[in-house]
Design a protein around this ligand. Sequence first.
Ligand code: SF4
Length: 364
Amino acid sequence: MTITFPHMGRIYIPVKALFDDLGVPVVVPPPVSKRTLEIGTRISPEMACLPMKINLGNYIESMERGADTIVLTGSCGPCRFGYYGIVEQEILRDQGYEMDVVILDAPGRDPRPLLKQIQRISGSSPWTKIIRAFLNASKIVERVDELADILLRKRPRELKRGESDELQSRFEREVLKCRGSKEMLDFIAVFKEKADSIPERRDASPLRIGLVGEIYTLIEPYVNLNIENKLGSLGVEVHRGITAADWVKTHLSFDLKFKRERKLKLKKCGNYLDLCIGGHAWETIASTVHYADTGLDGVIQILPFGCMPEIVAESILPAISRERGFPVMTLTVDELTGEAGYMTRLEAFVDLLSQKKGKEYEQA
Ligand code: SF4
């Protein structure tokens, strides 16, 4: 059994560590590229969600490198994510790809099916080893997110332009050479120190923009055309409405403090949206209200074309923007999104926020 999994931002780092710790061979898919998307688009129904097309491309590229078993998380709920695993399996079979698919569905009242699946992908490891490997992997998710947060803060303040991007690229190039969670955690700690010591300009007072929207589009840099780095290079401090660590804590952990805080945050939706409509639309609205109330300069919502929950959120955002005088922009991405037009919109939005902030200073 050689395992692979779909890309979603930097989630490949803890997943590789997890299987290294369990002693199970794993193929990390090559970074998402034009080829990945072309493969996925060719074999998917036209109206399938963009993340699903990319996932299919990941599987086939991993299969070319020797993987024979796909592991992915399942879901339930109103949006199409709940069908991903099954639909992907059917598409691969129709196309003649014989791969085992293991879907890790969140445990309902009966955790036994999930435990059985976990045991299946863990070789013959004892439960103590499995639990330790999962705990270490979730630690890595958090540390990787902390490193990303440091770089988001540094980018608009760095003294030498491009230093944060350079450090991030070096990290991503080298992290896969690590084997197992211990090596990875040490490696991340070294890079966190390096990131912390990037010299800052003293006079920097960057704009602060929140990123909200569909989680895959937010987390996967190929899909969002590396929006975090682009905004950073425009002098913006980026705040992320949802991160990989949030996702893990929401769906796979028993972190009660986080769950309580999440509940409180969702309450901020108030009358705008008071139920889960799938995906992360609820978080999109809650984060936008939160960012407006905590004095950020604006919010950018990103969604893949045709994403039902985020389309509903998009229709609510103008009301929040109007009532709180808070600038919001929506970016929809699909396989045809061009970089030039995307960049122009980002620059125009940042320009608008700078002018608004300038006026506010003048009036103060
Ligand atoms: S959240 Fe949107 S993109 Fe993701 S599966 Fe649901 S509909 Fe598709």
